[in-house]
Design a protein around this ligand. Structure first.
Ligand code: ATP
Ligand code: MG
Length: 113
């Protein structure tokens, strides 16, 4: 099992949810509001006419745990849904998951996904 963690633009969350639903994915998903920066560490922002140097941008983090065989398809769906080709499109991290337990039933691993 793997956890796919994607940091995406906040305004792309609805597009991504629609893409998952169109594909008929029944996975659960966790969504968080996060702050972060990538390669372009500092950028300039204007707040009430005042120029400020900002480092942290508001982003959305989504997490989906799935079986190994589904990783490539999910990664491709995410890319197609959120890519603009401008800097700041985000990043996807794929990590191993050791164990999954559905609390209600005690089912484990693939049966619990
Ligand atoms: N190495 C990293 N580790 C953890 N989080 C990261 C990393 N790189 C990017 N992120 C997260 O992803 C968000 C978006 O990153 P971003 O797309 O700007 O990456 P980038 O490497 O600068 O690529 P680009 O040049 O396309 O902007 C960041 O705000 C941060 O939350
Ligand atoms: Mg960047």
């Amino acid at each position: 099992m793997k956890k796919i963690e994607a940091i995406i633009r906040t305004d792309k969350l609805e597009d991504l949810k629609r893409a998952f639903s169109t594909k008929g994915f029944t996975h659960g998903m966790t969504v968080s509001q996060v702050l972060g920066y990538g390669k372009q560490i500092a950028f300039t922002e204007y707040v009430r006419g005042q120029k400020i140097e900002t480092t942290l941008l508001s982003k959305i983090k989504i997490e989906v745990v799935c079986i190994d065989e589904e990783v490539d398809e999910i990664v491709n769906v995410i890319i197609n849904a959120v890519k603009t080709e401008e800097v700041g499109d985000g990043k996807i991290f794929v990590q191993p998951v050791e164990r999954v337990i559905r609390i209600r039933t005690g089912e484990e691993d693939n049966l619990a996904l």
